[in-house]
Design a protein around this ligand. Structure first.
Ligand SMILES: [Zn+2]
Length: 229
């Protein structure tokens, strides 16, 4: 009977192994998921930058318009005035306005250049994303297939295991389940050469070894509590 229990255990260990495998995400898939997430985040940031630059350009344009109007007003007033002191004051203001307008125009050019570059970067990022996404989709599909295969394999193992477990009988199975829990999945182990427990490797007393050999009763390792065969 214990030989049959050992067969159940082998199947149980195989099922445990499958369960661990099913929980593991393949490294390549994990890397691809991270890559796509990162690229999407970068793309979002790049979009925000393009928008921000465009806003700054609009703002700059408005301010430039206001300064230009102000200069035009000063020029008109200077042209209409016959007061030399007023004309002189207006002219010095016109000069400083002109300097400021020049500076603003320069920085507008810089902004336009940055905007063009940001748009180009965004375009390139947008173009690269579908390929990364496609690679990820492919790996996700492979993972789905792997999982499906494992589910099928597991179901077959469980069916096989339940068949043998039925032969072992309810009481012994329950005992085995209890022992195996928390003992690396091993509820029943063979006595190794030199009379050592196949689970914990402790030396077994001679009378225990003899009892195991007789095979009339369930013998437990006094050190680890596993059933011995
Ligand atoms: Zn032991």
């Amino acid at each position: 009977m214990l030989e049959k229990l050992l067969a159940v255990q082998e199947l149980d260990l195989e099922i445990d192994r499958l369960d661990r495998l099913a929980q593991e995400v393949p490294q390549e898939l994990q890397a691809a998921r991270t890559l796509v997430q990162t690229r999407i985040r970068e793309l979002t940031d790049a979009k925000a930058r393009v928008q921000q630059l465009h806003l700054s350009m609009d703002q700059q344009e408005l301010e430039l318009k206001a300064l230009t109007q102000q200069r035009k007003g000063d020029e008109d007033r200077a042209g209409a005035s016959d007061n030399p002191r007023e004309i002189s004051a207006l002219q010095s203001r016109i000069e400083s306005l002109a300097a400021e307008i020049g500076e603003r125009e320069d920085s507008t050019l810089v902004l336009i250049e940055q905007w063009e570059q940001a748009k180009e970067a965004l375009k390139q990022m947008g173009a690269a994303l579908p390929q990364h996404q496609e690679e990820l989709d492919h790996l996700e599909e492979l993972e789905r297939l792997r999982q499906t295969k494992m589910v099928k394999e597991r179901a077959e193992l469980v069916a096989k295991r339940d068949l043998v477990a039925r032969e072992v009988g309810h009481d012994l199975m329950r005992r085995y389940e209890e022992v195996r829990r928390g003992r690396r999945g091993l509820g029943v182990v063979r006595v190794k050469e030199g009379g050592r427990c196949g689970g914990c490797n402790m030396g077994l007393p001679i009378h225990v070894q003899q009892k195991v050999r007789q095979g009339n009763s369930i013998v437990i390792c006094t050190s680890c509590g596993r059933m011995l065969i």
